[in-house]
Design a protein around this ligand. Structure first.
Ligand SMILES: O=C(O)COP(=O)(O)O
Ligand SMILES: [Mg+2]
Length: 227
């Protein structure tokens, strides 16, 4: 079994619960358009495919004019960029897990469909930025997950081959992108997945991030990790 050298994390729904800040920014945008607010549950069902999709789904849900989409994506970004870390928190077990993985000598990366500026603001505000040797956002490349390119770019920056990496995400797009990149993939059960967990077809499900290190120890090259 190839020795595990790197873990790539999705951001929203995996490392951080960002739904409240996304909801607040969205409702400020919608109010400016004279449209109704969206609930937290609605927003959670819209997260994961980047900002343009998020705004498109919110407009569709509230009867907004699709022709306004390009202008409203820009407006959303202007609101969200400076308010991305007001209520956003790391999920339980995330900080301890990142510390443990680094202690085990693993390299860490973030591959998210969220734009880089908001991603960086959140990671810095939560004290997580220093754990990651590579951070790939939704606007780093023309392609986003489920395309494998962002994952391959992260691996390239880390100097790690796909077979020596593990992806951890919450969405079927994370699973698809990882599979297409040739990377093993675990899925957390607490995030914003839009499909039944059984359909995710991840290599393993994690009910909490605290389960990750024990799972690696049992399932993936434990003898190598602990040597
Ligand atoms: O949809 C987004 O903006 C971010 O989603 P992700 O961090 O789960 O990739
Ligand atoms: Mg996600």
């Amino acid at each position: 079994m190839t020795q595990l050298e790197a873990v790539i994390f999705d951001l929203d729904g995996t490392l951080v619960d960002s739904a409240r800040d996304l909801q607040n920014a969205m409702n400020a945008l919608l109010a400016g358009e004279g449209l109704r607010s969206v609930s937290l549950e609605e927003v959670k069902s819209m997260i994961g495919d980047g900002v343009a999709k998020l705004v498109e789904r919110a407009l569709a849900a509230t009867g907004g004019d699709p022709a306004r989409l390009p202008a409203l994506v820009d407006h959303f970004l202007a609101i969200y960029d400076t308010n991305a870390a007001n209520h956003t928190e790391a999920y339980p077990g995330v900080l301890d897990t990142l510390e443990s993985l680094r202690r085990l000598g693993l390299q860490l990366a973030v591959v998210t469909n969220k734009p880089c500026s908001a991603t960086t603001e959140i990671l810095r505000a939560l004290g997580l930025r220093a754990f990651f040797s590579a951070v790939i956002g939704g606007d780093t490349l023309p392609e986003r997950k489920p395309h494998p390119a962002p994952i391959l770019m992260a691996l390239d920056r880390l100097g790690v081959s796909p077979g020596a990496a593990l992806m951890v995400g919450d969405n079927y797009h994370d699973v698809q992108a990882a599979r297409a990149a040739g990377v093993r993939v675990f899925a957390v059960t607490y995030g914003y997945n839009h499909k039944p967990l059984t359909e995710l077809a991840a290599d393993q499900l994690l009910d909490t991030m605290s389960d990750l290190v024990p799972s690696i120890g049992i399932g993936i090259a434990a003898e190598d990790l602990l040597r």
